[in-house]
Design a protein around this ligand. Structure first.
Ligand SMILES: [Ca+2]
Length: 199
């Protein structure tokens, strides 16, 4: 299929590139037919050794591939990202072994807390993050249940839903925090992970 190179699209891409200098590691403009692809870099077994993959924005469309063991020397993979604008980020994680079952948590390395865990039975996990604080790192932490497995993580960015605060400027975390404090108590990042069952 021939790529859409209409003058309007090229103008939009050029405009987006001109106003988003902090986003040059990811797609600029409408989602393309093929995602950017990455392969995990080891070691990435702890928060401090996380594999930094990309700066995301609302046009992000990428995949990361890796491998994780249920038991062994590679039982967890930390993949780090940060968003350059308030945005929605949807993910799809899939195990590729015949009976693979991967789970994933979203981790905030600044506050050192798990923001949400997706651990349904089966080979896939699907979720959505709402990122309110640009520039804040976050990690996907992938592990395997029972069986070693290759995995593929797909990420797709979308504009922030209506009602979210606009960015106050690239890297202006203090401005974002002031805005948040003044207008609402939004956390830096929200997930739609199911609540953890209490004993
Ligand atoms: Ca791995």
């Amino acid at each position: 299929m021939q790529a859409d190179t209409s003058p309007l699209r090229l103008v939009l891409i050029g405009f987006a590139a001109a106003i988003a200098p902090a986003c040059d590691h990811v797609h600029v403009g409408p989602t393309l037919p093929s995602p950017d692809s990455y392969v995990e870099l080891e070691p990435n077994d702890t928060p401090s050794l996380a594999d930094f993959v990309a700066i995301t924005d609302s046009a992000t469309f990428l995949t990361v591939e890796g491998h994780v063991q249920a038991i062994g020397f590679d039982v967890v993979d930390h993949l780090e990202f940060e968003a350059c604008e308030p945005m929605e980020l949807r993910f799809f994680l899939e195990a590729h072994a015949p009976f693979g079952d991967v789970d994933v948590s979203v981790y905030d390395p600044i506050d050192q807390v798990i923001l949400g865990t997706y651990a349904s039975g089966g080979p896939t996990e699907i979720g959505t993050l709402l990122i309110h604080e640009p520039g804040r790192p976050f990690q996907f932490v992938i592990d395997a249940f029972v069986e070693d497995t290759p995995w593929c993580l797909m990420l797709e960015g979308f504009p922030a839903p209506l009602g979210l605060q606009p960015p106050s400027g690239p890297g202006d975390l203090e401005g974002v925090r002031r805005q948040r404090g003044a207008d609402s108590a939004l956390p830096p990042i929200e997930t739609d992970a199911p609540p953890v069952a209490e004993n």
